[in-house]
Design a protein around this ligand. Structure first.
Ligand code: ADP
Ligand code: MG
Length: 401
């Protein structure tokens, strides 16, 4: 591997040690991670020393060559002058031309080397840029139809990659009426996030259709569709930029008033205003300096500012400490008003925000009703909630490590 590649692996190890600190500490794996970092850093060191050695050999030689040339010119030219074939002036002029040429020639050498490196790098960048996206507008793509955000799944089958014997969704029928708040509940891995991803068309269905306001999402302009559907994911990603820029992500032109309004709705305004730099506070890598709940509220403000017809909250409160959950829950309630909302959740308090609960199991809806109704009638529902509570409990223990 080249030095650049070795450096990249060290950078990755460091980044993952930081972002994965909970996992590392949770497993008591600090020594393992440290050894790994040492090993990789050691390889960088060896590479760098090897490279320095090559340089140390070549650079003096390269520096020495022009000097050798000068000696040759003076020696030969000197004899020519002594033999009266050449005047002193001509020799001096010739010699200064040679000296003037040395620097541009060396520069040319460096330029050629740099060009070769740039070409190699550009090829790698191009490989990524030239990857054709799988999801593109159809030639006759339609604009978003009028509507208030009705979402309908009709017999949707879906599998990641090549359709296997066990598709994630096996004939899903599901409707969220315009303006309704639906809680989507199900055990881990049952396909809730997959349902969320199909609405803004991050993937295309294998069978059946997904409709937003009556239009098949595959017939719509992808950009318009994605602006109409807002998602807040469980693992909030914040950019290394100011809080304002993070909130105004969908619309960098948004006015201060609009940013503040979104932050108030999501319950983020108060803690932002209390920061020394307020909305201009820069967020570090992935915004690590904020608590989970604060990051979640900024992500929510970002979704609100985009003002989507359909808002999907994928486990948006699960990384928030349950004792602090009510803060973000109030914010959610405000945001959900008059907007179709699909809340993926497992805590009863969050589920209670929804008008209706649907229980997803093995890629199908197996029960529907209010939270209380399902508690009474569905054994599976009780099971799923109990499992989720246990997992929550474990996660909390892990956090204390
Ligand atoms: N990007 C992906 N590629 C391949 N398989 C995936 C991907 N995302 C999820 N899966 C698989 O699809 C199933 C459903 O996952 P997901 O929709 O994330 O479930 P949930 O959100 O209900 O926990 C799981 O078995 C999961 O391993
Ligand atoms: Mg999920």
């Amino acid at each position: 591997m080249t030095l650049q590649q070795e450096l990249a692996t060290v950078a990755i190890t460091v980044e993952e040690s930081v972002t994965g600190i909970r996992v590392i500490k949770g497993f008591g794996a600090e020594p393992i991670q440290e050894a790994e970092l040492k090993r990789r850093a050691g390889r960088v060191y060896e590479r760098a020393v090897a490279l320095a050695r090559v340089r140390a050999t070549f650079i003096p030689v390269i520096d020495f060559l022009p000097a050798l040339g000068l000696v040759a010119v003076l020696w030969y030219g000197g004899h020519q002058v002594l033999d009266h074939h050449l005047s002193i002036g001509q020799l001096v002029a010739f010699n200064s031309y040679v000296v003037m040429l040395i620097f541009p020639l060396r520069l040319l050498g460096t330029l050629i080397a740099q060009t070769q490196r740039a070409v190699a790098a550009a090829q790698r960048v191009e490989e990524i840029l030239m990857t054709a996206p799988e999801i593109v507008d159809r030639p006759d793509a339609q604009p978003m139809p009028e509507g208030n955000g009705e979402v309908r799944f009709e017999g949707v089958t879906f599998a990641y990659g090549i359709a296997t014997d066990h598709p994630v969704l096996g004939g899903l029928d599901f409707t969220a009426r315009a303006g309704e708040a639906v809680a989507l509940v199900g055990s881990t891995g049952c396909g809730k996030t997959t349902v969320a991803r199909l609405i803004p068309r991050f993937y295309d269905v294998d069978g059946g259709r997904v409709l937003v306001d009556g239009a098949d999402v595959r017939d719509l302009k992808v950009r318009e569709l994605r602006r109409a559907v807002g998602i807040v994911f469980e693992d909030t990603f914040l950019f290394s930029d100011s809080i304002r820029a993070n909130i105004a992500f969908a619309d960098p032109e948004a006015s201060t008033d609009e940013v503040e309004r979104a932050a108030r709705l999501s319950g983020a305004h108060d803690f932002i205003a209390a920061l020394p730099d307020g909305y201009e506070t820069p967020l570090g890598e992935r915004g690590f300096s904020l608590s989970g709940g604060q990051r979640q509220r900024i992500a929510l403000a970002r979704a609100i500012l985009a003002n989507p017809r359909v808002l999907i909250l994928d486990d948006a409160t699960s990384s928030v400490d349950p004792t602090k959950e009510h803060e973000i829950r109030d914010a959610l309630a405000t945001v959900m008003e008059g907007r179709t909302t699909i809340v993926i959740a497992h805590r009863p308090a969050t589920i209670a925000l929804a008008d209706r609960v649907v229980l997803l199991d093995e890629g199908r809806i197996v029960a529907e009703g209010t939270h209380e109704e399902l508690l009474l009638t569905s054994e599976r529902y009780r099971q799923v909630l109990a499992q989720a509570e246990e997992a929550d409990e474990l996660a909390r223990l892990g956090d204390d490590v």
